[in-house]
Design a protein around this ligand. Sequence first.
Ligand SMILES: [Zn+2]
Length: 121
Amino acid sequence: MEVTEVTLRLFEPQPNPDQTGVVAFANIVLDSTLAIKGIRLVRVRGVLLASMPNKEKQRECEKCRIRNDITNKFCHSCGISLTRIESSQRIFMDMVHPVCVSLRKQIEEVLICEYERVKKQ
Ligand SMILES: [Zn+2]
């Protein structure tokens, strides 16, 4: 399986090179048949990584630490309001991700190459 198309948009403002953060958003097509939208290219400790599309799945109650469905307004265990959510309490699930290391590596290489090309323009 190969990446046959890539479109990439730089995130603005770009984080400083020594900061962790999203540097670009990308869409790819695999083998001219499967589109994957919403991949984030993230810099972590100076290394660029592909963060596959994900969805917020659950949130952890700050009082009792029970996981609640994202649609719950109140904790199903202790009843506390779940409206104030710290980022550390948010739980995400990948919607799509490569199951083999070689495809992940290929996707990251294509995205990094495109990122460098777009950044120069
Ligand atoms: Zn609770």
